[in-house]
Design a binder for this molecule. Sequence first.
Ligand SMILES: C[S@@+](CC[C@H](N)C(=O)[O-])C[C@H]1O[C@@H](n2cnc3c(N)ncnc32)[C@H](O)[C@@H]1O
Length: 205
Amino acid sequence: MGVGFGGSSVFNRASPSSHAGCVARIVADYLQSPAAAPARILDIGGTANGFRAHAALPAGCQVVIANPEPGVGADYRFVSEIPQTVPGFDLAMLFGVIMYLPPDQLGILLHDVRQRLRGAGTLLIAEPDPEGLVGRAEIAFKTVFAAIKSLWDPTKFHFYTKAETTKLLHAAGFGSVRNRWDLTPNAMGAMPPPQPPYYVLAASI
Ligand SMILES: C[S@@+](CC[C@H](N)C(=O)[O-])C[C@H]1O[C@@H](n2cnc3c(N)ncnc32)[C@H](O)[C@@H]1O
């Protein structure tokens, strides 16, 4: 991997984790189950300054961060490094991350994440939508930016459409994939154009 953008760059403004309303709705929709044990969240590619810092979490709720980027406050580098003795998760998040992974690696990661979910756990994927004019401009911009920032080892991006991501989720064993476009800052009227919109998919077993 070349540049990682650190979870704090301009690229993330359309990510659900950067908008208080989206974070609050994710907490309300996926982490409020009074009868169950405190919820456990796996933030893949997250940072200590991201979702964990912004969410008003129910008591006892834990956020575990897996991110190989140095200095972002991660608990583990990769999901595959989380010991099997660590309890399962009720919610896993991949926000602005799958673009870093080629399809074979992404397939393995999705399969691993499915194994780490417990009960009626959900995986939320939020990703810049590469379709449409703004999406295509974003692809060009990111590709050039990565090449300039890291001339000898440019980040290789892999842009997935909603349909492609859905297909990979089904192949990894997720039976239900729902469109949650309402969880984007754009849907909450927060992002002025031409901010590239994200799509959000909620996958469960
Ligand atoms: C654009 S940032 C997203 C930050 C945050 N999730 C958000 O919504 O703002 C992408 C992050 O994904 C991380 N990443 C890339 N490949 C990863 C992998 N295989 N597992 C975990 N994190 C990864 C990078 O290190 C980088 O910090």
